[in-house]
Every structure is written in C-alpha cells, then in structure tokens.
Write a protein that binds this ligand. Structure first.
Ligand SMILES: NC(=O)c1ccc[n+]([C@@H]2O[C@H](COP(=O)([O-])OP(=O)(O)OC[C@H]3O[C@@H](n4cnc5c(N)ncnc54)[C@H](O)[C@@H]3O)[C@@H](O)[C@H]2O)c1
Ligand SMILES: O=C(O)[C@H](O)COP(=O)(O)O
Length: 387
C-alpha cells in the first residue's frame, strides 16, 4: 500500500482517485507523497517519509523546490493542464475592461424597479460605449503554456500581437501563430501597447518586472492584466498610474490589501484555473506523475529533477539514487554494486541543474548492506528501493 496526503482542495467536489494500492492519510508523516495546489510550503515541516510532491497547477513559487531536491524529494507540476482556463479568463478581462459591460449590468440592477426601464436603458446606454479589441495592440509577456494561447487567441480576435519571451521553448515557438511579432526586450514590447498581459513564473528576474518605467511606455489609457502572480507587478506604480489615468484598467487575479482598494481594478480570487476541466486535467496529470514515480521511479514534469524513464519496473530489483550533479557519481555507485557482484541489466543517468538521478535494474535483489553503502556515498541525497 502507498499513502497519499492531500493539501488544498484538489477539485471542487473533493474527488481524487489514485486507484488500487493507494490510501489517503490525514497526517503527512505517514505519507509517501503529497498532492497539493497553492498552499505555501516555505517553512513547512516536511516529514522524511515524503518522497514526492505533485503540485496540481503550473506555478511552484509556493514550494522550496531546491531545498526539497537536496532532501531527495522530487517536485512535479502539471504544465499546460490549466492554461486554457487562464486564456479564457484573460480574454474575458480584456473584453470587460473595454466594453463597460459590468457597469451596464449594474445600471440595469440599480434601475430594476423602473417600470419604463426598457426606454430609459436606450438612453442610458451611451454611458457605457467602449471600444473593440480588433486592431488594438497587445503585448504578451511570457510565451509558455498560457502566454502562447493568449497570444494566439488575440490574433484570432484581429489584434496586433507582440510577444516577449527570451527563454521560449521550441514546443511553444512552434505553437505560436506566425502573426505574433516577437520582440527582444520588455521595453520594445511595452512601447505603445493598448493591452499588456503577463504570463511568467514568479522568480528573481520577474519579480516586479512591470513597474513605472514599463507602464509609462504603454499607450495612454492602456489596460494591464496580471494573472501570473502578485509579485510580478509593482502595485504602487500600478495604483499611481490608475489614479493618473495613465492606465484605464488593471485586472488581477490576486487580492492583496492594496489591489482590493485600487480604482478601476478587477480583482478575482486567484480564479484563473477555476474551471472543472482545469482541475480535472491538473489532478489527472499530477496523479499519473506521482504513480509512475512511486511505482517505477520514472520522472516526468519535475521542476527539480531531470526527466528520466526506464518504463515499468519488471526486473527483480530497481533502485533509484537522487544525488548532486557532480563528477564521479556513477563511478562510485557502480563500485558499490561491483562489491556485491550485482549484475546491472539497465542503467540511466540524467541531470538537471544541480541535481541528478541514476536508476538501475539488477538481476537479483541487492542486500541491505549494499543499499546502506549506496546511501553513504557523499552527495547522494536519497536511495530508493523501488522493487
Ligand atoms: N492565475 C492562475 O490561476 C494561474 C494559472 C496558471 C498559471 N499561473 C501563473 O502563470 C505562470 C505562467 O504559467 P504557464 O503555464 O504559462 O507557465 P510556463 O512555464 O508554460 O510558461 C512560462 C513562460 O515564461 C517565460 N519566462 C520565464 N522568465 C521570463 C522572463 N524573465 N521574461 C519573459 N518570459 C519569461 C518562460 O520562458 C516560459 O515560456 C505560472 O508560473 C503561474 O505563476 C496562474
Ligand atoms: O500556478 C497555477 O497553476 C495557478 O496559480 C493555479 O493555482 P491553484 O491551483 O491554486 O488554482
């Protein structure tokens, strides 16, 4: 039996299924793995029993991924699984900030008791005249799973679309419409934009990347949209720009003490991934990542360890070593195996940044002393006997 602890409501109805051989536990110190969403794990007392964490969603700034790597804990996310949901709500924010639809509906509610409302609505409507997205210039910061979909949707709406992403993946470059014009700097992107929407992870080089300088370069009365993380924009600069009329609207998914009091601001409850479809997609992806790791040692979509697969564990024994990406690790591992006269059927070694992963199948089970000796190799963080 394998044990799973869930943190957060993974889906609206609370239903998540791992299938046979798995049980949910209330206490993390009985768990082999954690399934979670946005709870902040910085400072969390992660028990030794936990070997893997799957974040149902994209952003992992709530998890100390490097610290966990050094403890031999693999952290997964679910890239792309909620990106369509975010794309749709971002387009909604563009429309809502341009058409006065919310204000128009509010007028109707406020005048609900007027028996002649039909006639008066005809007169009132001019107060809510807006403008169309077609032909307007939009800048998209970050062309990953969400940004590339937003950019393509904007092209389909007839907008003049610019994109900035110095680290764009080949996969997303292929997915991007040829109509999206790529620029080399954030400043080139911002210049003259009617809409600016940000889709980058929260990390050292993106924190407060949108501030007064970038906002000043936008077209007068531009709309700023942040469905990434609250850290990406300088809230003081946005507030000032809204009050000065430099920005006409700000749409953000993050209710902070500051954003909730800003003028002309739509604030949602971190709701970008809030669709039944996105929740199901994220849970499915995260659960299959965890199961393949726990049962076979295979790693896919990890944010702190390399992708690595040897298929199903069919040999007598499968061992995985999580270790630092430093010289002579394979030499030291195979020296220990040689002492035990173990016959290795297959072996893989992959690295990602500071961390590496070595997995091997052997003809026979290794004895306990051999496993203990593997654990004593300097720079090995964890040894897993998978089978
Ligand atoms: N509001 C929500 O509910 C919600 C839902 C999904 C994602 N998000 C947030 O949006 C972010 C993006 O999501 P995603 O699924 O597109 O992630 P992703 O990893 O697919 O894409 C992120 C993109 O940002 C680019 N990037 C990184 N640093 C950059 C920089 N300095 N300048 C420009 N581009 C840079 C990367 O190259 C990548 O292409 C997530 O990290 C998360 O914080 C929020
Ligand atoms: O990074 C993400 O995927 C989103 O911010 C979604 O967060 P949530 O799972 O808490 O809705």
């Amino acid at each position: 039996m394998r044990y799973i602890k869930t943190i957060d409501d993974i889906t609206k109805d609370g239903q998540v299924t791992f299938g046979e051989g798995y049980e949910f536990v209330a206490d993390a110190d009985q768990a082999d793995a954690i399934l979670m969403r946005s709870t902040d794990l910085h400072g969390y007392d992660l028990p030794e029993s936990v070997r893997a964490i799957a974040r149902c969603g994209a952003g992992v700034n709530n998890i100390p991924v490097e610290e966990y790597a050094k403890r031999g804990v693999v952290v997964f996310n679910s890239p792309g699984a909620n990106s369509n949901a975010v794309k749709e709500i971002v387009i909604a924010m563009m429309v809502l900030s341009s058409r006065g639809a919310l204000q128009s509906m509010q007028w109707v509610r406020d005048n609900a008791d007027d028996p002649d409302i039909y006639t008066h609505a005809e007169k009132a409507k001019k107060a809510f005249v807006g403008h169309e997205l077609k032909g307007k210039r939009v800048g998209v910061v970050g062309l990953g799973n969400v940004g590339s979909k937003v950019a393509n949707a904007c092209v389909q709406l007839g907008m003049d679309v610019y994109g900035y992403d110095p680290f764009i993946s080949v996969e997303h470059a292929w997915a991007l419409s040829q109509e999206v014009q790529r620029v080399a700097t954030l400043e080139d992107l911002c210049r003259g934009c009617d809409y600016l929407t940000v889709h980058v992870p929260s990390k050292a080089d993106t924190i407060r990347m949108i501030g007064a300088k970038q906002i000043d370069m936008l077209a007068p009365g531009a709309v700023l949209i942040n469905f990434s993380r609250e850290t990406i924009v300088n809230e003081d600069a946005v507030d000032e720009a809204l009050r000065a009329g430099k920005l006409s609207w700000f749409a953000t998914d993050f209710a902070t003490p500051k954003t909730v009091k800003m003028p002309n601001t739509f604030v949602t409850t971190h709701h970008g991934a809030g669709t039944l479809e996105a929740e199901a997609n994220c849970a499915d992806m995260a659960i299959s990542e965890l199961k393949d790791y726990l049962e076979n040692g295979n790693i896919a979509n990890s944010v702190n360890y390399p992708t690595c697969s040897m298929g199903k564990a069919r040999a007598a024994s499968r061992i995985a070593c999580l270790h630092a990406n430093v010289p002579n690790m394979i030499g030291q591992i195979t020296a220990v195996l040689a002492k035990d006269n173990a016959n290795v059927q297959r072996m893989v070694n992959e690295s990602a940044g500071e961390n590496a992963y070595t997995m091997f199948d052997t003809d026979e089970h290794l004895d306990d002393e051999t496993i203990e000796e593997l654990k004593r190799i300097p720079s090995i963080y964890r040894v897993r006997v998978i089978k």
